[in-house]
Design a protein around this ligand. Structure first.
Ligand code: EPU
Length: 338
């Protein structure tokens, strides 16, 4: 384990922002993580814990220490005829875990194919797509408490999962580092194809026997058609969360905009797609120098190369302002600003 100085973070964030970290270290084990957290040279510095850097907007150089979590391993903890429990290192690439599960016929994560990022980052915001959230296959996780160096287990209830939410974005923020996650997967699949685009894609793929592989392939195909590949165009997926608004406000807006899509949350609250709002406000496909709004999905802000984090932050604020003015809705960012 070697601490490097003045390291470009460009390869470590999917937006491809070229900010510099004063100190940078990659840890491959819990012991290495403890060691760096206790090192007198670094322990009082500001810290940035990095997984895949896929939900991150770097707005300036980082003056502290960046700790990249590269703890690997997929271990079978327990299994019976119906289920299997896999304990997975936080540094494993999420999509590689999905492919591992699909290849072994362990069902539950196929709808979450091709989501960028690492396993350790996934529970932080309860990643979700195409009708499934990680909480549905989540059993528990282990996290290192920064203050004490002790490992603490968090059960599903303790993680307080919500839509793109967990305790790690609130009460526990900045206090723990997730080191592994245990998933409970099913050996007899329950297919989730409620999401319209999955059904259409399966049809166009002429799938006869539904399988988790077919669903994974369909999701990959949908994502590739709508979402820019970070290896080609910098982005962090959805930049904003889909806002939840009071039913009365929704009814009034729906009268004005009959085409407005929506999903009921409960009796009093409705979720509306931020991508639709942003498109209606005229932002979709707009380019401003080296940054812009993706032409196929308005919820995704992009860096065409050489864009600055601050420029993307300013664009996001302008979008928020225009959605407030046009619809009276406050968008909140899904991406973390550093
Ligand atoms: N829409 C538009 N214009 C756009 C984008 C979307 O009108 O430019 C409309 C679509 O026509 C559709 C609705 O908005 O009626 C929803 O669009 P889509 O199915 O693409 O999903 P989303 O709500 O925009 C969410 C997640 C994605 C996830 C997809 C699929 C959030 C913030 N985003 O997007 O997650 O892949 O559903 O489940 O909840 C991510 O978090 O990074 C992410 C990509």
């Amino acid at each position: 384990m070697k601490v490097q100085t003045n390291v470009s973070l460009k390869p470590y964030n999917t937006f491809g922002i070229d900010a510099t970290a004063k100190y940078f270290v990659e840890v491959g084990s819990i012991d290495q993580l403890r060691e760096i957290l206790q090192d007198p040279d670094y322990k009082d510095l500001e810290r940035l814990i990095l997984g895949g850097g896929s939900n991150l907007l770097l707005t300036k150089d980082f003056e502290g220490i960046v700790i990249k979590i590269s703890i690997k391993g997929i271990e079978t903890l327990q299994e019976d005829t119906e289920q299997i429990w896999l304990k997975v290192g936080a540094g494993e690439v999420w999509h590689e875990l999905v492919i591992y599960c699909v290849n072994h016929n362990y069902a539950g994560v196929e709808n979450l194919s091709l989501i960028p990022g690492t396993v350790g980052a996934a529970p932080m915001q309860n990643i979700g797509a195409y009708g499934i959230e990680i909480k549905e296959v989540f059993e528990s996780l282990e996290a290192l408490e920064i203050k004490t160096g002790q490992i603490r287990v968090f059960t599903k209830e303790e993680c307080q999962f919500g839509y793109r939410e967990s305790i790690f974005k609130h009460e526990a923020k900045g206090q723990y580092i997730i080191v592994n996650v245990t998933f409970k997967l099913s050996k007899t699949p329950v297919f989730h194809v409620e999401y319209g685009a999955i059904q259409e894609t399966l049809k166009s793929m002429a799938v006869e026997d539904l399988s988790i592989k077919a669903i994974s392939d369909a999701v990959i195909s949908i994502r590739q058609s709508k979402l820019p590949n970070p290896a080609e165009i910098g982005n962090a997926g959805s930049f904003f969360k889909n806002p939840e608004i009071p039913k009365a406000q929704f009814d009034a807006l729906k009268a004005q905009y009959p085409a407005m899509p929506s999903y009921p949350v409960n009796e009093y609250t409705v979720k509306v797609p931020a991508g639709w709002l942003i498109e209606q406000a005229g932002w979709k496909g707009q380019r401003f120098g080296q940054i812009g709004v993706h032409a196929k999905q308005a919820l995704v802000l992009v860096n065409f190369g050489g864009g600055k984090g601050n420029e993307i932050k300013e664009l996001s604020q302008k979008i928020q302002e225009s959605i407030r003015e046009k619809f009276g809705i406050q968008l909140s960012a899904e991406v973390n600003f550093v």
